[in-house]
Design a protein. Structure first.
Lengths: 426, 295
């Protein structure tokens, strides 16, 4: 009898030992992050590679990176997962989702996580322009990762064929029209320029308005300037490229197929995200150039792309692990690698000081255009009720471009509705 | 009166048999419907203002929402454009592949292929068909000297463009039902019609078509439902643009729920969608039932 009990006890003790071992082995933190891809290309592989490298260096952390579609899908999936109680500790999401995420009480500010002075310095190590969309109410909520600006890609062969200097791309709106007219072929086989107006019309428009020395919203995210005279003028210019100057097709231009249009020589100039740079470099069968966007009163572009956010429903251990992952992904070395592989920007000056990115830029100077343009960049349109406000502007732009409303009327309407939406936040 | 125990057991037994189906129906159909109606009477909540009961205010603001009316009208034209055309095409294709033709299996497969493809894949293919200048359609038009057209970028052509794609996608699916129905028709009917000297058209109009009516009812109900619930292609092709010219009710619901996080207004719109579908389905059952000859 006693013997039996002892045996059982020993077994129990052994089982307890084993389970303790198992617990120790599992003490590693598990992280789930969602991330979006907006420009196509093999970006998922690159992210997976970065995450695998991270786990090699940090064997105690298991990170699952889940590709979640475009920026909208990523936000929806991450928030739906949170509401359903699925664990996601951090995610890359649209930099402009910040107000929505704060309003939903979904994310935690980095200021509340960082403790050491070294970490506080890390918060200051990024390009300040890239932090604009990640900061509000005196706190930092987003860390830049896959960030871009809009740049002008142009076909040098087409420039030569039209008798233009391929090293001298248009630097002002007037030059863009002039050059565009020379590049546009009468039979419609080649257009002068294309600015996409589906997908993210407000983003392209943010560039045009900034060039006209006008921002679209204030810092607090509660006021828009859609009907400012300079804003209206910018939309008129965009519309006129198609309807008056005939250097761009009329109607809206599809974001998704624009790169193909450019690569097939159907347009000599395209405005697009720097995130396309590496794909264009690989696929262009002609000599191409990349330049900053032209100026009206000044040069200008919005920044764009995705930031890292940490969700509020996380344990302290998970936050530490998430911080490790974010620090790894945005470290100068990785940021440089990411930039070379995709065309997205290095997120800190230190990234451009790494040997490999310096060498890369030496051989391929266009990789630095986006960085150089940061000097003229502004935040991307982001307000409270951002989805609706953005859609108002998108609809106004498309209404003007397709000729169903005048630019002034469309923008005044959008402004009036945006004002109504934002009233409770002021 | 005393109920015999065996009778009571029969009742219990019956209810037990019904339970699995009833649970599924209640959990996935009736409860969500009631929850939607309940949700639609609350305001959108956020950190500043929590959600509160507001009665029919959501419905009032919906009636004043120009985009709601726009998507409703778009949906009407989408239904009118897709349903009769895809059903007619389905009958024509079914009649064609029901005959003895060389390579008949391949023809049937060819007609059915669009149905096998997921809508997202279809939309991605058609995105390139429709893209100006480089697209297939513009290249073919180019051979005949027509200039390129921005099919999806022009509010006047975007909805027709989507309708054409949907017909292409749906007709093959409906064809399968008609084909099955045609093969169930007894061959004596055709012989009798021939003996009487009826023309092919007369035979179709007076014999085949009436006998196909049960199938037609089924297909019509499906087509109507699809015209309201198929919006996958909008995600790829237009996102409802330009300026809502191709926006449909369900896509607008999605935008409200997930882009604007206004689930309460989305619930309001969903109630409208449910009401429309219920009315249409009931009307079809009552109107058509009298004219259908079930055998």
């Amino acid at each position: 009898m006693f013997a039996k009990t002892r045996k059982t006890l020993t077994r129990l003790a052994m089982a307890a030992c084993f389970s303790t071992v198992a617990v120790v082995a599992q003490a590693s933190t598990e992280l789930t992050m969602y991330y979006p891809v907006a420009v196509g290309g093999p970006l998922t592989k690159i992210v997976d590679g970065l995450v695998a490298d991270f786990m090699k260096e940090n064997p105690d952390i298991k990170a699952n990176a889940i590709y979640a579609g475009n920026y909208n899908d990523a936000r929806i999936k991450a928030l739906a997962a949170l509401k359903a109680g699925e664990p996601a500790q951090l995610s890359v999401m649209f930099s402009i989702d910040i107000y929505e995420l704060i309003e939903q009480d979904a994310i935690v500010a980095f200021d509340d996580i960082v403790s050491t002075s070294e970490e506080k310095a890390w918060l200051e190590s990024f390009y300040p322009t890239l932090m604009q969309n990640g900061r509000t109410a005196g706190k930092t909520w987003g860390i830049p990762f896959q960030r871009s600006t809009i740049v002008m890609y142009y076909n040098k062969d087409a420039f030569r064929a039209a008798g233009l200097d391929p090293e001298n791309p248009p630097a002002t709106w007037n030059e863009l029209v002039e050059v565009g007219k020379k590049l546009t072929k009468a039979d419609g086989s080649q257009w002068g320029a294309m600015i996409p107006s589906t997908g993210y019309p407000y983003w392209m428009f943010g560039a045009l308005t900034m060039q006209n020395d006008q921002v679209l919203m204030n810092n607090a995210g509660d006021t828009t300037y859609f009907d400012a005279p300079a804003t209206v003028e910018a939309l008129e210019f965009w519309k006129n490229l198609g309807s008056k100057h005939k250097v761009m097709p009329e109607g809206t231009i599809e974001w998704g197929t624009l790169r193909k249009n450019f690569l097939e020589g159907k347009t000599a100039i395209m405005w697009h995200s720097t995130g396309n740079l590496t794909v264009v470099k690989k696929k262009a069968k002609f000599d191409f150039g990349v330049a900053m966007l032209p100026a009206s009163k000044r040069r200008g572009t919005p920044t764009g792309g995705g930031n890292f956010y940490i969700f509020k429903k996380t344990t302290p251990e998970e936050r530490v692990a998430a911080m490790k992952l974010i620090k790894f992904m945005t470290s100068p070395e990785r940021s440089a690698e990411w930039s070379m592989k995709t065309g997205y920007m290095g997120v800190s000056p230190a990234a451009y000081e790494t040997q490999k990115l310096q060498d890369y830029v030496k051989g391929f100077p266009y990789a630095a255009v986006a960085r150089d343009q940061l000097e003229f960049a502004t935040a991307e349109l982001s307000t409270f009720q951002t989805g609706r406000v953005r859609k108002l502007l998108d609809d106004a732009i498309q209404a003007a471009l397709t000729g169903s409303k005048t630019p002034a009327a469309a923008l005044q309407e959008a402004q009036a509705q945006a004002k109504r939406l934002l009233k409770p936040y002021r | 009166m005393h109920q015999s125990p065996s009778n009571a057991m029969r009742h219990v037994y019956g209810w037990l048999l019904l339970t699995p189906a009833a649970i599924l129906l209640i959990a996935f159909t009736h409860f969500p419907t009631l929850a939607t109606i309940y949700e639609s009477s609350f305001s959108k909540g956020n950190l500043i203002r929590p959600s509160r009961f507001i009665g029919i205010t959501n419905y009032e603001s919906m009636l004043e929402d120009p985009i709601f009316w726009k998507v409703l009208i778009n949906n009407f034209w989408f239904a009118v454009g897709t349903i009769p055309a895809s059903v007619a095409l389905a009958i024509a294709m079914a009649l064609l592949v029901n005959r003895a033709l060389p390579g008949r299996p391949f023809l049937r497969l060819a007609y059915f292929t669009p149905t096998i493809l997921p809508m997202i894949a279809v939309a991605n293919i058609w995105l390139f068909f429709y893209s100006p200048d480089i697209g297939l359609i513009d290249q073919i038009l180019g051979w005949f000297g027509f200039p390129g057209h921005n099919w999806l970028g022009d509010p006047a052509t975007v909805l027709p463009a989507i309708i054409v794609m949907t017909i292409w996608k749906e007709a093959g699916f409906f064809m399968i039902f008609y084909l099955a129905a045609l093969q169930n028709l007894p061959p004596e009917l055709e012989e009798a019609a021939k003996l009487e000297g009826a023309s092919r058209w007369y035979y179709f109009r007076r014999v085949i078509f009436p006998l196909l009516m049960p199938t037609t009812l089924f297909v019509l109900i499906n087509a109507v439902l699809n015209s309201f619930k198929l919006v996958d292609h909008l995600f790829v092709l237009t996102k409802g643009g330009p300026n809502n010219a191709s926006n449909l009710l369900l896509y607008y619901i999605y935008e409200n729920a997930f882009s604007y996080f206004d689930t309460n207004y989305a619930a309001t719109l969903t109630v409208v969608l449910l009401a429309i579908l219920a009315v249409v389905a009931l009307a079809q059952f009552f109107l058509f039932d009298r004219r259908i000859h079930y055998r």
